[in-house]
Design a binder for this molecule. Structure first.
Ligand SMILES: Nc1ncnc2c1ncn2[C@@H]1O[C@H](COP(=O)(O)OP(=O)(O)OP(=O)(O)O)[C@@H](O)[C@H]1O
Length: 436
């Protein structure tokens, strides 16, 4: 079925969303669905919904039908009819929740088709362990599939915790190299000397303490894939050596006198823009071009908000499999806090939040009090004067202050721009510039 992903963006840009929505609602009259605003006022209850449920609720949404979160669940119309409901949240241009839309189908007699389509949907949302239903990520999945068939070097860009290593593993697992090793090295975690040794190995006596030969990851990953995380942090002298491996397919261990062949596919990752690193003289341009043969960008979690509830459910299901606690429901207030959060640590942070809830809470409902302090503690207002002096701040301070303004405003850009004492346009530009 075609989806928005396949619609030309130029055409989408010209579309008047108001008239398109009204046409769409008219056309779908026989289908059972409804729309609510963020305060749960019923905006539209289709004739199909009235027929299926036997209800005509006016503009008051029956409590059972309120939409607080993305859900695939059942609702009971008038306590008699059990319906299957697919609910989705709708977002405004400012990124805040603007309401919800839900589709109702009769559970009875549709067991198989609904069951099948749910399974298909589940498969589409779990690609090699990467859970997502965002169109941008579906694009990423397709690039992974295609790139895995080739030997091309891949550069994954994304914020910390957004899933770069998962992408690298997926490429390896789908490639012809899947039966050989997948090894990961974090280029930011080691000093230049240790990193060189870890990458290329050393021979006995190469330096004090080198009491025996040591094989580097280029040798240990023979026939497989090497994941170079935080590649932008690679010191310049090692960049030259890496370039050589990519071009010549061989390398020299530290203190060695003999070149060793390297049959390794490289997948590199960074949270920085390599172009900017090249511009500032921290990264070799020739190496950048060699690494980004296939560039993959993973959007931060806050830019694919449709994934938040999916990931929450995924991690809850993972932890439910343990013995300590089973969470069956999420309190609507807790869900709103989770959905409105800015997620600076991306999926890793979300997983930690669920782990925290399992550790501190009890019972079958996840409650707001079981969320870490940053969700519940009263926000300390950023002093206006301090925010207004933003242009005088260093880039690091400015980035921090913009992040804080977004956090305080729950991602609502107009409000955040006001807090930061900037116009919306400047705020957008700076936010983009800092990758926030
Ligand atoms: N879409 C996703 N679905 C399921 N789990 C995910 C997803 N994205 C990330 N994770 C999980 O979040 C954690 C962080 O992911 P990963 O290590 O791949 O991120 P990263 O971008 O490489 O982070 P860093 O740059 O900090 O190393 C891992 O536990 C990973 O399994």
């Amino acid at each position: 079925m075609p989806d928005t992903l396949n619609l030309p963006s130029a055409w989408l840009g010209r579309l008047d969303s108001r008239s398109a929505l009204l046409e769409f609602l008219q056309l779908c009259r026989p289908i059972a669905f409804y729309l609510v605003d963020r305060d749960q006022h019923l905006l539209h209850w289709s004739p199909g919904a009235a027929q299926l449920t036997g209800l005509d609720p006016g503009n008051t949404c029956p409590p059972e039908f309120r939409i607080h979160a993305e859900a695939e669940d059942t609702v009971h119309a008038g306590g008699m009819v059990t319906l299957h409901r697919s609910a989705r949240l709708l977002y405004g241009r400012d990124g805040a929740v603007a309401g919800g839309i839900a589709l109702l189908t009769s559970d009875a007699g549709q067991e198989n088709p609904v069951g099948e389509s749910r399974n298909t949907a589940e498969r589409e949302r779990n690609f090699q362990g990467i859970i997502s239903r965002s169109p941008a990520m579906r694009n990423v999945f397709q690039i992974i599939r295609n790139a895995a068939e080739t030997e091309a070097t891949v550069l994954v860009r994304g914020e910390s915790g957004s899933g770069k290593e998962l992408v690298a593993r997926a490429i390896h697992n789908l490639s012809a190299r899947r039966n050989a090793p997948f090894l990961a090295v974090n280029c930011a975690a080691l000093s230049a000397n240790l990193l060189e040794s870890e990458l290329f190995g050393h021979v006995r006596g190469a330096f004090t303490g080198a009491i025996k030969d040591h094989k580097g990851v280029f040798q240990r990953a023979e026939g497989g894939t090497l994941f170079l995380d935080e590649v932008a942090e690679l010191p310049l002298e090692l960049q030259a050596k890496l370039l050589r491996v990519i071009q010549e397919r061989n390398f020299m261990p530290v203190g060695g006198d003999r070149l060793i062949g390297a049959d390794v596919r490289i997948v590199a990752a960074t949270h920085r823009s390599l172009r900017e690193e090249v511009r500032s003289g921290h990264f070799r341009e020739d190496l950048m071009y060699r690494l980004r043969v296939v560039p993959i960008f993973i959007p931060p979690l806050r830019e694919r908000r449709e994934d938040i509830s999916l990931l929450i459910r995924h991690f809850i299901a993972l932890h439910n499999a343990g013995k300590f606690r089973k969470i069956e429901k999420i309190d609507p207030q807790a869900m709103r806090l989770l959905l409105d959060y800015h997620w600076p640590g991306n999926v890793r942070e979300l997983h930690n939040v669920i782990e925290y809830a399992f550790a501190v809470g009890r019972g079958t409902t996840l409650r707001p009090t079981e969320l870490p302090p940053e969700f519940t503690e009263p926000k300390t207002a950023v002093p206006d004067a301090a925010m207004k002096s933003l242009p005088l701040r260093s880039p690091e301070q400015e980035k921090l202050a913009i992040g804080e303004a977004l956090r305080q405003s729950h991602g609502r850009v107009t409000e955040a721009a006001r807090l930061a004492g900037m116009s919306r346009a400047t705020f957008w530009r700076k936010r983009k510039h800092y990758g926030l």
